[in-house]
Design a binder for this molecule. Structure first.
Ligand SMILES: CC(C)(COP(=O)(O)OP(=O)(O)OC[C@H]1O[C@@H](n2cnc3c(N)ncnc32)[C@H](O)[C@@H]1OP(=O)(O)O)[C@@H](O)C(=O)NCCC(=O)NCCS
Length: 149
């Protein structure tokens, strides 16, 4: 069974370790960077130890997924889908009506995950990432009953 915990500052190192399993060096957030995010208003962090984490921010009626990582040995077991579902509930609890994210255009795994969760393309940022990849902006409404959940 998957246990998803609402993370606090005490989890900053564990969140950073999980982030490091899934992102290359220039994009990694260390424990200090994660702790700084956690102190900002509206930040929500979820962790499913030892497999994965998600960070989002919900403010002023909108929410954004800041990062999502599942450590390689735990992938394709539905954990990202489960974290995303809890994140969506948390964003709704913060009264967000729309949820945004950025994903590398070449990241087909994440794009498939988000597409299946009801996110749709909402923009593109050319050469957004350090390696020159474009970012796609994706978004989904949080109102009403959506079949993807
Ligand atoms: C993208 C990522 C979070 C997916 O995590 P995961 O736990 O393996 O995903 P899930 O098992 O919940 O998959 C849910 C659905 O997403 C899609 N998906 C996930 N990984 C996929 C892959 N490698 N190829 C194609 N589709 C994929 C599938 O539709 C999948 O459903 P299915 O397994 O029933 O076919 C994980 O691969 C990861 O951490 N990657 C590196 C970091 C990253 O890209 N983060 C997102 C940045 S925006």
């Amino acid at each position: 069974m998957t246990t998803i915990i609402r993370a606090s500052l005490a989890h900053a190192a564990a969140l950073a370790a999980l982030h490091a399993t899934s992102f290359p060096e220039p994009e990694r957030w260390d424990a200090r960077a994660i702790a700084a995010q956690l102190t900002l208003p509206g930040t929500i962090a979820l962790i499913t130890p030892p497999a994965g984490m998600i960070l989002l921010r919900a403010l002023a009626g909108e929410a954004e997924i800041l990062t999502l990582a599942i450590a390689p040995p735990y992938r394709r077991q539905g954990l990202a889908r489960a974290l995303l579902a809890v994140a969506i509930t948390a964003a709704r609890e913060h009264r967000a009506s729309r949820l945004y994210l950025e994903v590398a255009a070449r990241n087909l795994a994440a794009r498939a995950l988000y597409d299946a969760a009801g996110f749709r393309p909402a923009g593109r940022r050319a050469r957004y990432y350090a390696n020159g990849d474009d970012a796609l902006i994706m978004a989904r409404d949080l109102g009403g009953d959506l079949e993807e959940e």
